[in-house]
Design a protein. Structure first.
Length: 431
């Protein structure tokens, strides 16, 4: 009976002592957590733009080059802030939209009706299953190397043929150094039941098949950035041409175009790079680190317009062309541009004082429920014009150090608590 009484007394004392110290520990922990939470406010945003008062539940904001020059590459540091009549700060949800070029391709079923040769020209006639509109025909030949000038005609009855294209060049190059095909005939939208393809060839071609396509290209909305300077260097040892060019300011770039001053046909491997980082050496010299954003072919058969899968944010770019044993190409009229970015904003409250905050390196991408309900966005949105860019010169708050700057303090306090609890336990056992 005595032992049971002592055990109850021990447990009671242990509980009281443990509760006291546990309460103290929780208080200190919560204070630390609250301090950490306070540091996640809006004080890290370096720039703001005033917005007009919201007049509807939905608006859109078009991001200009000043915003794109200061945001993080993922655009994760954009926040829409509204202040209501009570002085409460509200964060408005938004959808980030990129108005880039979009291509949709639909295959139209067709069959090879007949083929033949007359006066040195090989002819192939295609019949569509339905009288539908097409604008591309992709040809597949068995031969690895060829160059042909295509004549394309269309008809509804196999008698009255209408010329669509003449002397349209297609090409295939296959060897140990190169694998390149340009064998898709592109032409204005046409609606015929029959298409006739003919060309001259010294050897008998082996046509594996032809695919008829209807390709719709939504051009998107692009903004061109100002190019400040460019420099070209020829490296005879590596047989490359390097063109460095610089934009007037850091920008989002998703497409680069340029002209090649040449009257001859060419086919060169090339890559486009952007400046991702830089560091200063002990000697004072700067070292620049470039990253590939595009690798492909520079050809006289195709437009010199190169689009990236996602925009890159930089002001320095580099074009590297592999000449092999060919004479260098001359590059001119370099143009860099980006697709338009828009914010589709939902105002949950009609706030008069609204701001766009951006330019923070310590925040994560926001997640709003709105991302799951894009279908609720109206078809037409009124634009809210951005005001002038303002540097957020906020009064610096006195620096408040976290309670546990060093984890050793936390472990020390936990150790003290364990020792105190152990001391009371031994004392109860002795008594």
């Amino acid at each position: 009976m005595k032992n049971k009484t002592c055990l109850r007394y021990f447990l009671h004392t242990f509980w009281q002592s443990g509760s006291f110290f546990l309460t103290c520990f929780l208080f200190l922990f919560l204070k630390t957590a609250l301090y950490a939470q306070d540091s996640q406010g809006y004080e890290t945003y370096q720039y703001q733009r005033k917005l007009p008062a919201a007049t509807e539940s939905w608006h859109k904001i078009i991001l200009d080059k000043a915003v794109l020059a200061q945001v993080q590459p993922s655009l994760q540091d954009l926040r829409l802030i509204g202040i209501n009549a009570k002085g409460d700060t509200l964060e408005m949800p938004y959808l980030l939209k990129e108005l880039r070029q979009d291509t949709k391709t639909e295959t139209v079923t067709a069959s090879l009706l007949n083929s033949g040769k007359q006066n040195g020209r090989y002819t192939y006639t295609l019949q569509l299953d339905d009288n539908l509109t097409i604008n591309e025909i992709a040809l597949r030949f068995e031969e690895p190397n060829y160059e042909r000038k295509i004549r394309l005609e269309g008809a509804q009855d196999l008698k009255n043929w209408t010329l669509i294209l003449n002397d349209y060049r297609i090409l295939s190059i296959r060897n140990e150094f190169t694998s390149y095909d340009f064998n898709t005939i592109r032409f204005p939208n046409s609606r015929y039941l029959y298409y006739r393809i003919s060309f001259e060839s010294e050897v008998e071609p082996e046509l594996e098949g032809a695919t008829c396509l209807k390709t719709v290209r939504e051009q998107g909305i692009y903004k061109e950035w100002e190019t400040r300077s460019s420099k070209t260097e020829q490296d005879k040892e590596s047989q490359t041409t390097t063109v460095d060019f610089e934009l007037a300011q850091k920008s989002a770039v998703s497409k680069i175009a340029f002209e090649v001053d040449s009257n001859i046909d060419f086919y060169r491997r090339m890559r486009i790079q952007y400046l991702a980082d830089s560091s200063q050496l002990p000697t004072g010299e700067w070292r620049y680190y470039y990253v590939n954003t595009y690798e492909g072919v520079l050809s006289s058969f195709e437009e010199r317009i190169f689009s990236f899968g996602s925009a890159v944010f930089s002001n320095k770019f580099r074009i590297i062309i592999e000449n092999n044993n060919n004479n260098p190409l001359s590059i001119s009229q370099i143009r860099a541009s980006s697709h338009q970015y828009e914010l589709w904003v939902r105002f949950d409250e009609m706030t008069k004082n609204n701001y766009l905050f951006y330019g923070s390196k310590s925040v994560y991408s926001p997640y709003y429920d709105l991302q799951n309900f894009e279908s609720s966005v109206p078809d037409s949105l009124t634009v809210l014009a951005l005001g002038q860019e303002e540097k957020r010169n906020l009064a610096e708050k006195p620096k408040q150090s976290p309670l546990f700057e060093n984890p050793i303090w936390l472990w020390s306090i936990m150790g003290i608590i364990i020792l105190i609890l152990g001391f009371f336990s031994l004392k109860m056992l002795k008594s």
